[in-house]
Design a protein around this ligand. Structure first.
Ligand SMILES: Cc1cc2nc3c(=O)[nH]c(=O)nc-3n(C[C@H](O)[C@H](O)[C@H](O)COP(=O)(O)O)c2cc1C
Length: 293
C-alpha cells in the first residue's frame, strides 16, 4: 500500500469504479455490499473488481462492507458471495461481527469491525476480529461521538492489534496525526465523495465543494441514529431547525423523501474537498501531505 488509508464504504456513493480507482492508486477501496441492488449485481461487481485488480499488480486489496445486523435481509446472501470471491478484507458494521468471523477466516480473509464505544471494541475483540475501526466524533454517515485523542489511547490499553481511525481525516497531516496517537490506518469517507469515480450526484458533489464544517448538522431525525448531514440538503428536503427548549434539533416536516438519497451525508472534514477530482489526484495530495509530515 502506498499510504495507510482505507477509503471508507459509503451508501449510494461507493461502487466498483471508486473501489478500483482507490486500489489502483494504492489505498484500500471499499463499498457497502447493499450498494449493489441485488446479490446477483454484487456478484457481478466483485467479478469486475477482481478482474481489473488482477491486471494491476501493484494495486492495494479491496474490501467489502457487510451490515451484519440480523435485521439486514441481505446479510447471508451477501456473505456467501463475499466468501465465494474470497474478498481479502471484510468490514463488519452495525451489530456484532460474531456470525461473519468464522466463514471469512476460513478462506484466509480478515475482518475489521467498526465500533463507537469501548464496550463494543471489547465485544468485537472477544469474537475474534482482526482489527477495529474506531468511529470518532465528526465522521460522515452514522458517526461516533468520542474524540480520537480519548478513544485511541483507551483502546490501546487493552488491544495491540490494528486500529483504524474514522472521522474528519482529509489530508496527509491528519493521517500522520492518527499514527502519532497510536493508530495504524486512516478511514477516509467524506474526502472521496466528490471523487470523479464516485456515484454521488453532481448536485451532491457541488454542495460538498461549497460547504465547510459549519454546514454539517448532527441529527437522528433522518434515520433514528445520530448521523452527520449537509445542512443545505436537509433544508432542501423539508427539514427545519427549531429550538424546543431541549436544545438544538432538526425536525422532519415532510415524509416524502428518501433518507440518504435526497439528504446527503458528510463529515465535519468536508472543508478538505475544494473541487471534484479523480481519485489518483486525491491520493497524490494525501501522500504529499503525509510525506511532508
Ligand atoms: C455518504 C456516506 C455514506 C456512508 N455509508 C456508510 C455505509 O453504508 N456503511 C458504513 O459502514 N459506513 C458508512 N459511512 C461511514 C464511512 O464508512 C466512514 O465511517 C466515515 O465516512 C468516516 O468519516 P469521514 O466521512 O469524516 O471521513 C458513510 C459515510 C458517508 C459520508
Amino acid at each position: 500500500m502506498r499510504l495507510p488509508v482505507i477509503a471508507a464504504p459509503m451508501f449510494l456513493v461507493s461502487g466498483p469504479e471508486l473501489v478500483i480507482a482507490c486500489c489502483k492508486a494504492g489505498v484500500i477501496g471499499s463499498f457497502p455490499t447493499v450498494n449493489a441492488r441485488t446479490p446477483e449485481d454484487l456478484d457481478a461487481w466483485l467479478t469486475r473488481i477482481d478482474g481489473e485488480l488482477a491486471a494491476a499488480p501493484n494495486a492495494a486489496p479491496p474490501a467489502a462492507n457487510l451490515v451484519v445486523h440480523r435485521t439486514n435481509p441481505r446479510r447471508d446472501d451477501d456473505l456467501a458471495i463475499v466468501v465465494e470471491h474470497k474478498i481479502p478484507l471484510v468490514i463488519a458494521s452495525v451489530g456484532s461481527p460474531a456470525a461473519v468471523v468464522e466463514p471469512i477466516h476460513a478462506y484466509g480473509g480478515l475482518v475489521l469491525a467498526d465500533v463507537a464505544s469501548l464496550k463494543h471494541a471489547r465485544q468485537a475483540i472477544e469474537v475474534g476480529v482482526d482489527g477495529l475501526i474506531l468511529l470518532c466524533a465528526g465522521a460522515g454517515g452514522n458517526t461516533g461521538w468520542l474524540n480520537p485523542f480519548a478513544f485511541v489511547p483507551e483502546v490501546r490499553e487493552f488491544y495491540d492489534g490494528p486500529l483504524v481511525v474514522a472521522g474528519c481525516i482529509g489530508d496527509g497531516r491528519a493521517i500522520r496525526a492518527i499514527e502519532t496517537i497510536g493508530a495504524d490506518f486512516a478511514y477516509i469517507g467524506t474526502r472521496f465523495i466528490a471523487a470523479s469515480e464516485s456515484q454521488a450526484s453532481a448536485e451532491n458533489r457541488q454542495m460538498l465543494v461549497e460547504s465547510s464544517a459549519d454546514d454539517i448538522q448532527l441529527t437522528d431525525a433522518v434515520t433514528g441514529i445520530d448521523a452527520n448531514f449537509l445542512r443545505p440538503s436537509l433544508e432542501a428536503s423539508g427539514y427545519t431547525k427549531s429550538h424546543d427548549g431541549e436544545g438544538f434539533n432538526v425536525i422532519k416536516e415532510t415524509t416524502a423523501m428518501k433518507a440518504w438519497k435526497d439528504v446527503w451525508s458528510a463529515g465535519q472534514g468536508v472543508g478538505f474537498t475544494k473541487s471534484v477530482a479523480p481519485v489518483a489526484d486525491i491520493v497524490a495530495e494525501l501522500e504529499s501531505g503525509y510525506r511532508a509530515g
